[in-house]
Design a binder for this molecule. Structure first.
Ligand code: AMP
Ligand code: MG
Length: 612
């Protein structure tokens, strides 16, 4: 954080260091702070403070050395002063592994998914438990000039301990992030948001109003991490990327052919030019053609000084070993030349913060030589199904029961969105179980998605419990399917999470996810452009539609024989009929004002798939 002392920054009513202390102290016999500045301020926290003993280096390894030299116990654990969320079982779990594996040091690792969903291990060497007896190895490593936190691990036995909650190892890196975390405390209530709306009635909320309230209430996650280029696929850029170079770096040829000065051509008669050499792509050349001369040039070859035009070789009127003949009007001056910086000019913005990184962006960043990309941290979304009638796959289907399908559609939709998911299973219609599940979800995720229990059923305690845990509103939305929905933010033990209580019917779950939760989650991920791209298509048949509500019908979009887009509805549209969703490749969106649709009328369609 530049010259700012992170540990002393105010955070949620105390300093960051105080938060770390509060979380760490119950896990250990005693805490000592290692700091090189503001020692008195740290001492005010009531624990001993030790400055580094290694001079000329302020990295974490110097602190580790100082700590081990003074540690009165056999074991010492370290945690950075900017990690206010460190796990409450950190020490216990590290210790168990250290002892079981007879290791010298145990460190925390988390699994992080990279592109394609493959998980890789992320070690957190600053969260480690180490034996005092390992000190000589550390001293030797430092004496040899080593400074990397894990550089000395080769000389000792290391145990890795997998923690599930990557967010617990989050540190707050910039003042801006910290301020955002702080601002988060003063965030609006739902009442603040709906107070600005005229004619708001939770029992009759138009789709656009519900979307507006969600958009206003949602807060993006702030934490940023740097990822290797490939791993950034699907993630959201946390900063603008400014091009460090021009692409291409030189004027170059777009074709295999002959390069020359265009004004040397005769406008009415063939011109024969002497070929004085060949320019290959990527090979420097010093050839400078004069009047009446040209060079043979390959695609990507740097244009020699004075040359501004390329004649593609297939357009040459005649080619000999050392000359080429150009017919009049086959090329104009400037043809087939790519300009320096035509793709991107040095210093110009290449990509904007808030952009979801797509394959073309990876290529673009690679073309700029950028190896690491700042992205927002991955969002964590917990979800569960509610209902006594639900059974999991593998269980017998008792009388009157149904298999839980919502968790599977949610799994699919969330995975495609690129968030970390926490599948919490089925929760019975039981107040205590619902409260425990909601609290658990709240403490481990940024957002919670539930299905079922938000309509008016007698055994639906979900609403009641949600309301007691935070700022939650219950809507009847002017839409079909998916009228009931809960939205808000709940809190538990100092954590908070946005809550989307989706209806229980399988199609309603998908529709409310796609048209409400998805946008909100994208915004939480830091994405800027989250609008749906609707296209228009001709309706194959009439569609009955009542004005005054938005209807989402499942459709199959095809290209008709005359080349126009045509959409058909996939049979019965009941909100429990998932088959019609599976058959569909799009949703037909019929807005509030729309009445009956006649065959041949244009309707709005949202495609399920697209090139991404
Ligand atoms: P509810 O909103 O809880 O009254 O549920 C509405 C309907 O959706 C009921 O018929 C439920 O059985 C059904 N339902 C609720 N949750 C699920 C689920 N996870 N999978 C399949 N059907 C469900
Ligand atoms: Mg239910």
């Amino acid at each position: 954080m530049g010259r700012v002392d992170k540990g002393l920054q105010p955070f949620r009513g105390a300093t960051m260091a105080a938060h770390v202390l509060r979380r760490l102290a119950p896990q250990v016999a005693g805490v000592t702070i290692n700091a090189n500045r503001n020692l008195e301020a740290y001492a005010a926290l009531g624990v001993p403070v030790l400055p580094d003993e290694l001079t000329g280096f302020e990295g974490p390894l110097a602190g580790l050395q100082t700590g081990l030299r003074h540690c009165p116990t056999e074991l010492m654990v370290t945690a950075p002063c900017d990690s206010p969320f460190l796990p409450q079982d950190l020490v216990q779990r590290l210790r168990e592994a250290l002892l079981a594996q007879e290791a010298d040091l145990a460190l925390a690792v988390t699994m992080e998914a990279d592109e394609g969903g493959t998980a890789h291990k992320q070690p957190h060497p600053v969260f480690c438990l180490v034996r005092r007896s390992a000190l000589p190895h550390l001293e030797a490593y430092l004496a040899g000039g080593g400074r990397r936190m894990d550089g000395w691990h080769k000389a000792i036995k290391v145990a890795e301990v997998l923690f599930n909650d990557a967010a617990a190892f989050r540190n707050i890196n910039t003042l801006a992030e910290l301020q955002q975390e702080e601002v988060g405390r003063g965030e609006p209530t739902l009442q603040d948001v709906v107070g600005c709306l005229s004619g708001y009635d939770p029992h009759a909320v138009p789709v656009s109003q519900a979307q507006h309230i969600i958009r206003e209430f949602i807060q993006p996650v702030r934490a940023v991490e740097k990822l290797a280029l490939r791993a950034a696929l699907g993630r959201v850029l946390a900063a603008d990327i400014v091009s460090p170079i021009s692409v291409p770096a030189h004027d170059n040829s777009a074709m295999d052919g002959f390069a020359f000065a265009g004004d040397g051509l005769d406008g009415d008669h063939p011109t024969t030019l002497a070929v004085i050499g060949t320019v290959y792509a990527g090979r420097p050349s010093t050839i400078v053609p004069g009047p009446g001369q040209c060079v043979r040039i390959m695609t990507g070859g740097v244009m020699p000084p004075g040359c501004d035009t390329v004649l593609p070789q297939e357009l040459a009127a005649g080619i000999t070993e050392d000359s080429v003949t150009v017919s009049p009007r086959t090329v104009r001056t400037g043809d087939n030349r790519r300009f320096k910086g035509e793709d991107l000019l040095e210093g110009s913005p290449a990509l904007q913060a808030g952009k979801i990184v797509r394959p073309a962006d990876l290529g673009l960043l690679a073309s700029l030589g950028i190896a690491e990309v700042p992205v927002r941290r991955r969002l964590r979304v917990a979800f569960f199904s509610t209902g006594d009638e639900l059974r999991s796959i593998g269980e017998p289907l008792d009388q009157g029961c149904v298999y839980d399908s919502n968790r599977y559609t949610l799994h699919g939709m969330l995975t495609r969105l690129g968030v970390d998911i926490v599948d919490m299973g089925i929760v019975k219609d039981d107040p205590a179980a619902l409260e425990a599940a909601l609290r658990d979800a709240c403490e481990s995720a940024d957002a919670i998605i539930t299905s079922g229990g938000v309509s008016v059923g007698a055994a639906d305690y979900t609403k009641e419990i949600m309301a007691t845990l935070g700022d939650v509103t219950f809507w009847t939305i002017g839409m079909r399917p998916g009228r009931p929905m809960a939205f808000g933010k709940i809190r538990s033990n100092g954590h908070s999470a946005f809550l989307f209580g989706l209806p229980g019917n399988p199609v309603a779950v998908m529709v409310t996810f796609y048209f409400f939760a998805r946008h909100a989650l994208l915004r939480m991920m830091g994405a800027r452009q989250v609008d749906d791209l609707l296209v228009q298509a001709r309706s194959f048949a009439p569609i009955r539609k009542k004005p005054g509500r938005t209807e989402y019908q499942r459709g199959i979009l095809t290209v008709a024989a005359d080349g126009t887009r045509e959409v058909r509805i996939t049979g019965a549209q009941g909100s429990g009929i998932l088959r019609s969703m599976a058959e569909a490749n799009c949703m037909v969106v019929l807005p509030d004002h729309q009445g009956n649709v006649a065959a041949g009328d244009l309707v709005d369609v949202l495609l399920f798939e697209g090139l991404v």
